[in-house]
Each structure stands twice: as C-alpha cells, then as structure tokens.
Ligand binder design. Structure first.
Ligand SMILES: Cc1cc2nc3c(=O)[nH]c(=O)nc-3n(C[C@H](O)[C@H](O)[C@H](O)COP(=O)(O)OP(=O)(O)OC[C@H]3O[C@@H](n4cnc5c(N)ncnc54)[C@H](O)[C@@H]3O)c2cc1C
Ligand code: SF4
Ligand code: SF4
Length: 408
C-alpha cells in the first residue's frame, strides 16, 4: 500500500484512493474525472433524484428531511454533535466494527487526520470541523486487513463519491455512510492565513462556522465569542487561489450519496438532516429519544441573491466573488440580510444554486474540456433560471446505466 505516495492528478482532493494498493482506481472513483451521479444514486438509494419531487433537484434523493438537535449537545461538537453521536451509537450497538472518520492532527488542531475508531468512547476526539482535506479512504485497506467487515464512514462529498464508486469491490458485509455537506473548503495552510485576517490572536481560535444567518461565528480558547457578518469579512485581501479549483468546481454540495446527510444549511439555526434511504433511517433511529426533530421552515426569495452572486463571480474573473458595495452600506445590509434574505430551506436552495453557478463558471474558465464529463446534467437544471445552459460539448452524455469510463 502506498500510503505515503502523494496524489498525482491536477484536480484532486487526496481522498486516499491514490494512496491505496491500486491507485489506478482513481479513474473510476473520482468525482473530478467522470462521475455518474444518476448511476450511483440508483445503486445507493434505489433510484436517481426525481426532479418532480420537491427539493430533490437541489438536495438529491431523500425520504425524510428534518431540523434537528441533540437534547444534550456534545461538548466540542461543531453543532450539537449528531454526526459523531451516530458513530458512537453504531459502535455501541455493534452495528459496525469500526468508524472511518477524521480527528485532529496532533501538531495542528485545524488539520484533519484520518482515523479508524473501534471504541465508542474514542468518537469524542473526532468532534468539530477541521479545514482542509486528508486521505480518509487510505484507511479502507487497513480496516479490511484487520478483519473489519461492517464499517461506518463519515465523510465529505468528494470522499463519499469515491467510496460509493468502489463500494462493490470492497467486499464489506455492511457499509453505513454519514455525510456532511461541504463547500468552500481550502487547504489548512490557507485557512490559517484567513484566521490571521479575522483576529489578532488567530492561534487562540478553536471554533469557526459560517452560519445560515449570514454571520461567521468565531470562538476562542478562553470562551470569548465573536460574530462577524459575511459582508464584513476581509475577503478582498485573500489571494485569488485561496480556494482550490477542486472546491470551486465541486458539483455535490449536499453529499447526495450518503445514507444520511448531517448539515446546518436548511436548519435555521439548528442542524439539518437529509435521510436518503432505509440505512439512513436506521442511523437516525439509533438516536431515538436523544434527538429533537421538527419540520424545516422556509422563508424569503432566492432569485435576486443568486443573480447578484453570479454577477460577482463573473466580475471576479476566476478570483473571489467580492460584493461591489460601498463600505458604509455593508453594516446595514449585513444587519438586514438575516431578516429579509432567504432563510431555512430557501437559504439551502440559494447556496446550492450559487455553488452550481460557481462550478459551471469556474470549470468553463479553468478546464473547459472537462465540462462534458464532470458536470452532471442536473446542474444545468439548477443554473437554467440564471441564463446558463450547456453548449453541445458540455452536455453530459454518460448514460445512467454506465458507471464511468476509466479511460477518460
Ligand atoms: C470543510 C467543511 C465545510 C462544510 N460546509 C458546510 C456547509 O456549507 N453547509 C452545511 O450545512 N454544512 C457544512 N459542513 C458540515 C458542518 O460543518 C458540520 O460538520 C455538520 O453539520 C455536522 O455537525 P455535528 O455537530 O453533527 O458534527 P460533529 O459531531 O462535531 O462531527 C463532525 C464530523 O465531521 C468530521 N470532519 C471534520 N472536519 C472534517 C474534514 N475537514 N474533512 C472530513 N471530515 C471532517 C469529523 O471527523 C466528525 O466526524 C462542512 C463541513 C466541513 C468539514
Ligand atoms: S479519486 Fe481521490 S485520490 Fe484519486 S484523483 Fe480523485 S480525489 Fe484524488
Ligand atoms: S468543496 Fe467539494 S471538492 Fe472541496 S473538499 Fe468539499 S466536497 Fe471536496
């Protein structure tokens, strides 16, 4: 196994497959080569997303959706800790032999480090969000070598895509996949630079979240808390390549191939659960009375916000989409946005459409030849209301019955 071998592709988030005994499998596993979402959605959920069912175009196939929180939030968790609690429950009930997920690097608490957990009590050290990516799937072979047949994986969308593409080859008895949404990820090094711009004591920051109320919440080791409106973030000082091309062109925000997605975007201040199939239901049921569930709300209208975002992406010409707004207006708009902007599910739809637009515009600029293979057709449905449509070469011609074409 080549665990130390660096990945060799230009568009790569080092999900771990290139470090396994058969790195050539990247060709069939990679989200950035020739993904086939309709095929894998059908394999995993029994059907592809149904564009006639409310919200499946935006969020992928699902059978239940909830606002949610743990009655007793877990200390150190990013939100209330639903993700790691599901992992604990899987181990406590012996539904799995091990959980594959991330903990923090001992030398840098913001850096993710892949880890194989086989004791429920060890899940606590995985709580919280790290910025960056690390080769999660490089631990699949060691897990199988240890004799583990029932595995839970917690991962971000590009990791989950590769996992699902190779699932049948793994010979597992059971696989549960808990996914989180992911967007605007960057390298841990870049993230440290960002922290240094928002605080004079960046090394004291131990929590950061881009909340759905248009504020970034920052917490410090001494318990201090700071809330910064998105519009007041010092984005203009970040370099144009702050976000890697992978994360600017990624087409799966909501982790559509997981059994359950645990995020916050549609949760209006709480967590947001997308239960996608029967295994996802089993995972939610593991929490039984520990979790509070309610129906997600929705308010506001997204169209003008998305149009404004698209104009800024176009103006930024490959750099960061900065809002052209005088400084005096920023605090006022920053105050207004949580009150009148899209909220709840409408906020989640807004973000998914913004991300789809960003992916189309950036990929057209940076890798036009990849448009036809990397952009699934549902993305074109998402961007259509904003005047974007594919040319002949950009239409994805992969049939839902074809897995992918490794030679591409
Ligand atoms: C880079 C990134 C961007 C995200 N962006 C969004 C977003 O835009 N919208 C949204 O709704 N949600 C987003 N999320 C998910 C969100 O931050 C929470 O992790 C999620 O809601 C779960 O909260 P929790 O309290 O249940 O998690 P916890 O119980 O605290 O568990 C967090 C889990 O995430 C894993 N994890 C942490 N960092 C990483 C990483 N870098 N790579 C892989 N796994 C990791 C941990 O190992 C742990 O298993 C993002 C997550 C990441 C890592
Ligand atoms: S499959 Fe994973 S390791 Fe291979 S190129 Fe894609 S992201 Fe990189
Ligand atoms: S934004 Fe997309 S490509 Fe980047 S780390 Fe997240 S899931 Fe992977």
């Amino acid at each position: 196994m080549n665990v130390d071998q660096a990945p060799y592709r230009a568009l790569c988030t080092d999900c771990g497959i290139s470090r396994t005994s058969d790195p050539k499998r990247c060709g069939e596993a990679c989200q950035f080569i020739k993904p086939n979402y309709p095929y894998l959605e059908t394999e995993v959920h029994g059907r592809p997303r149904d564009l006639n069912r409310p919200d499946e175009l935006h969020f992928g196939p699902f059978i239940q959706m909830h606002r949610a929180s743990l009655k007793n939030p877990s200390p150190g968790a990013q939100w209330t800790g639903i993700t790691t609690r599901i992992g604990e429950r899987l181990l406590e009930t012996q539904a799995v032999d091990a959980i594959l997920t991330m903990t923090q690097d001992p030398n840098d608490s913001w850096k993710p480090l892949p880890v194989l957990i086989d004791r429920a009590s060890d899940m606590a050290k995985c709580r919280g969000m790290r910025m960056g990516y690390a080769p999660l799937l490089s631990l699949l072979e060691p897990a199988i070598a240890k004799g583990y047949k029932k595995i839970g994986v917690i991962g971000i969308p590009c990791q989950v895509y590769a996992l699902r593409a190779l699932e049948k080859q793994l010979g597992l008895e059971k696989l549960y996949v808990i996914g989180t949404p992911c967007s605007d990820n960057t390298t841990t090094e870049n993230f440290h630079h960002f922290l240094s711009l928002i605080s004079t004591e960046p090394e004291e920051i131990n929590y950061l979240e881009f909340r759905a109320d248009y504020h970034v919440e920052v917490r410090f080791k001494n318990g201090k808390k700071k809330e910064i409106p998105f519009l007041q973030l010092p984005l203009s000082t970040l370099p144009n390549d702050f976000f890697p091309v992978t994360c600017k062109t990624c087409v799966d925000y909501t982790n559509v191939l997981s059994d359950i997605t645990v995020g916050y975007m549609g949760g209006q201040g709480e967590q947001w659960l997308i239960v996608r199939n029967q295994r996802g239901e089993e995972l939610l049921n593991l929490l039984s009375e520990e979790v509070l569930l309610s129906t997600p709300g929705t308010a506001g209208k997204r169209h003008s916000a998305v149009v404004g975002f698209m104009k800024n992406v176009e103006l930024a010409a490959g750099g960061l989409p900065l809002r052209k707004m005088p400084n005096w207006l920023r605090p006022i708009v920053g105050w207004l946005m949580p009150k009148v902007g899209p909220r709840g599910l409408e906020f989640a739809r807004t973000r998914v459409e913004m991300k789809a637009i960003e992916s189309v515009l950036h990929l057209r600029r940076e890798h036009p030849a990849k448009m036809g293979s990397m952009v699934p057709n549902h993305i074109w449905n998402l961007v259509k209301p904003y005047g974007l449509s594919p040319n002949k070469e950009e239409i994805n011609k992969l049939m839902p019955s074809q897995k992918s074409n490794p030679s591409n």
